[in-house]
Design a protein around this ligand. Structure first.
Ligand code: MN
Length: 297
């Protein structure tokens, strides 16, 4: 099943080229309580939600995909985890251009470690990326996103994929420069997830998916997830040996060669086999806070 958030926080199921409004299925979720359990409530109860969405689908109103504004398919992740230097051709391009990529970070994935992106950086494709520092380079990094479905702590590689709820397309947007990755990759809107969550049962092998990115129609990135240096099951096992993974946690599994700059006015087109496609507009900086403003009194 392809599950999305769209328009004004509607819940949808994508089928046959249309998005079907199954917002009423949210009634199947348990009420949120304080203090909230870490993680995304919908992803934590995905089986229950899917059953209700399936039941509602025949009577649901629908619209064509190109008329829907897709938001992040995970609303409230506890963590966004990044995997650096995970495709050989990207490692080579970074090593060949120290002026752009700096030589602060060296060595294998195991030596460099995973990094975290602020969850406040998360947007959907319709919201687009707002370039925060136009005098610096902002690069696109196309990545397969893994969404964790159930609590995972110290899981083994053999069991790791059993903890996956599904997959999506990610852009790990990055300001190039010497600061820590956790800052350069956490600018508001610099984590794009979309256009929907494809549940794991629809992806027979996540390590055999063609990935492609163009900017204004120009081909920039093209590879296959078979080229990952560290496989997804090892990423999950390794991450879970450091921190507990919660439902809705997002792993951005690394990018291939061809990363490059974007500027306001560009349109980034992303495609991942078996997942879908999304177009992400690049906007000028905004002073607006990200997402709904929390009411306080
Ligand atoms: Mn990346």
């Amino acid at each position: 099943m392809k599950i999305c958030w769209y328009d004004d926080q509607r819940l949808g199921v994508v089928d046959n080229g249309r998005v079907h409004d199954v917002t009423a299925a949210l009634a199947a979720l348990p009420p949120a309580r304080y203090p909230a359990a870490p993680g995304d409530l919908l992803v934590a109860h995905l089986d229950r939600l899917r059953a209700e969405a399936q039941r509602l689908l025949p009577g649901a109103t629908s619209k064509p995909l190109d008329q829907a504004r897709f938001l992040s398919p995970v609303a409230n992740p506890n963590k966004i985890i990044g995997v650096p230097v995970n495709y050989d051709d990207h490692v080579a391009e970074a090593n060949a251009d120290k002026a752009t990529f700096t030589d602060r970070f060296q060595g294998s994935i195991e030596q460099q470690g995973l990094f975290l992106k602020a969850t406040s950086s998360l947007v959907g494709p319709a919201e687009g990326v707002h370039v925060r520092f136009p005098e610096r380079l902002t690069h696109h990094e196309l990545e397969l996103a893994v969404v964790i479905g159930s609590l995972a702590a110290n899981v083994g590689e053999d069991d790791a994929l059993n903890h996956v709820a599904g997959y999506a397309i990610a852009l790990d947007m990055t300001v190039r420069g010497p600061e820590d990755r956790s800052m350069r990759k956490s600018v508001d809107s610099y984590s794009v997830l979309g256009p929907w969550l494809v549940t794991a049962d629809e992806i027979a092998d996540p390590q055999a998916l063609d990935i492609l990115l163009t900017v204004n129609g120009e081909l920039r990135q093209q590879s296959n997830t078979a080229q990952m240096i560290m496989r997804i099951r090892r990423q999950i096992a390794w991450a879970s040996s450091f921190y507990t993974l919660y439902p809705g946690d997002i792993i951005m599994t690394g990018t291939c060669a061809g990363v490059g700059p974007v500027v306001p006015g560009d349109v980034v087109h992303c495609s991942i086999q078996g997942v879908g496609t999304m177009d992400v507009p690049i906007h000028a900086a905004t002073a607006e806070p990200r997402g709904p403003v929390v009411e306080t009194n």
